[in-house]
Design a protein around this ligand. Structure first.
Ligand code: AMP
Ligand code: GLY
Length: 433
């Protein structure tokens, strides 16, 4: 295969990790990132191409001789970018990583994903879905459950659409607010009420061509803002890969009871799917169950998973796009990779932007650490980098084991500063003895 030009969509830590690994491949000629961030600019060329402007995308793809499009975040997928490209004469020749709108519903509609799991016998929490018309039935259903109560807005709600409540009255009030007062806008026009699952969460990723799949390394994500898994949910405060409790037996259970039935279920329902499948899982006392699907890679899990890959990512992606995958596990480097996310003060609630970041150049290139940019941008005078989002940096290190990787990450973080900086100091503590 000749080296190709690639367009990567997105601007977060996940995309910086993708950019780095794609750029390392001898099969990558030129890498473009739209819109990217100052970190992706170290790996390729950031371009201002709006994925919603189909004609601009087609012009750019022609001018830059793009062969492969890789979509980082869910939004373009849920909004049908793959289908738009497939229908456009200037874009339909491109290899495209990410499902069409029908497959992206696994993430875009919690109701669809729960029904899908039900149809294919995939273990998940018991649930019922309610609409404004059935709100009273929803309140009555809640009364039959024991606390805590789990309410999920059906649609995309920027990671905020899941409520876990300890009192029945509160759960009923919130259900009414979601359904009748559009608490999460259109996303909560339907609400899934589900059984609370008790267990330990982890994430498994597969790249599929719709028929076969390659399993990537698993990871554990730390979602809460506070140490000891307390406080508000965030996009993710850190991740560790591998996950020590993911024994070969557990991974075989995940493969045979969850991954395989999902890929086969999509095929049986005539839903073409070329892209990543992200399984948000929970290990309960009786079985591993699915908490959610995502139609993309995780953030910050990608920053822990991709650096471990001992495969040529461009070759894997082209094999997926050309329906040439085989069912197998990806080759991974031994040891561990741990990422800690450094956020803006106040996140995940209101936070400031534009604070200068210092210390980014103080890392030794021989360090086992990479600083992935998440919410950053160049300063006005172009000489430095300032904060530009809630999750600012994802600092990821490799080590012989998780303790060594974490120590390197925290050492690197101690050199990086900006006003209001916060990061959890307990990432991975539960996994290292
Ligand atoms: P989701 O957006 O579906 O991943 O939900 C966000 C978070 O809420 C998950 O990562 C879990 O920590 C929690 N959660 C969701 N559903 C359940 C459930 N049925 N039981 C326990 N926790 C849940
Ligand atoms: N870290 C969780 C996610 O990407 O959805």
């Amino acid at each position: 295969m000749n080296a190709i030009n690639i367009l990567l969509l997105g601007s977060g830590g996940r995309e910086h990790a993708f950019a780095r690994v794609l750029n390392q491949s001898p099969l990558c000629n030129q890498l473009f990132i739209a819109p990217g961030n100052p970190g992706t600019a170290l790996e390729g060329i950031n371009v201002e191409v709006d994925w919603q402007d189909t004609e601009a995308l087609a012009r750019f793809a022609a001018e830059s001789e793009i062969s492969l499009v890789v979509v980082g975040p869910e939004d373009p997928l849920v909004h049908g970018l793959r289908d738009v490209c497939a229908a456009h004469p200037g874009l339909n020749h491109l290899a495209f990583i990410g499902p069409g709108a029908s497959g992206a519903r696994l993430e875009g509609s919690k109701d669809f994903s729960k029904e899908f799991m039900g149809r294919h016998g995939i273990p998940t929490a018991a649930h019922q879905t309610f609409t404004p018309e059935s709100v009273d039935a929803g309140c009555a259903f809640l009364a039959t459950l024991s606390p805590p109560y789990v309410l999920k807005a059906d649609g995309l709600a920027a990671g905020k659409g899941v409520l876990i409540l300890s009192s029945l009255e509160e759960a009923q009030t919130e259900l009414r607010a979601m359904l009748l007062e559009a608490k999460f806008g259109e996303a909560s026009a339907k609400v899934v009420v589900e059984e609370f699952l008790d267990g330990i969460e982890f994430s498994v990723f597969a790249l599929t061509d719709g028929e076969h799949y390659v399993l990537l390394p698993e990871a554990k994500d730390y979602k809460r803002i506070g140490e000891g898994d307390t406080g508000l949910n965030t996009g993710g405060m850190g991740a560790v890969s591998p996950v020590p409790f993911c024994t070969p037996e557990i991974m075989e259970e995940v493969r045979s009871r969850i991954v395989e039935p999902t890929v086969n279920g999509l095929r049986a329902e005539g839903i073409p799917y070329v892209g990543f499948l992200f399984f948000g899982l929970i290990r309960c006392a009786d079985a591993v169950k699915v908490i959610e699907y995502n139609c993309r890679m995780g953030d910050p899990e990608t920053e822990a998973v991709l650096p471990r890959l001992n495969e040529d990512l461009v070759a894997l992606l082209m094999d997926a796009a050309n329906h040439r995958l085989t069912n197998r596990k990806a080759e991974v480097s031994p040891g561990a990779q741990c990422v800690v996310v450094s956020v803006a003060g106040g996140y995940p609630e209101a936070y400031g932007k534009g604070d200068p970041i210092s210390g980014l150049n103080d890392l030794d290139p021989n360090d086992p650490t990479v600083v992935f940019h998440a919410g950053t941008k160049k300063s006005g005078d172009g000489t430095g980098v300032v904060t530009n989002g809630g999750r600012v940096l994802a600092v990821s290190s490799k080590g012989k084991n998780a303790s060594e990787a974490l120590a390197a990450t925290y050492e690197a973080l101690s050199k990086i500063h900006y006003p209001g900086q916060y990061y959890r100091r307990d990432i991975g503590n539960d996994l290292v003895s």
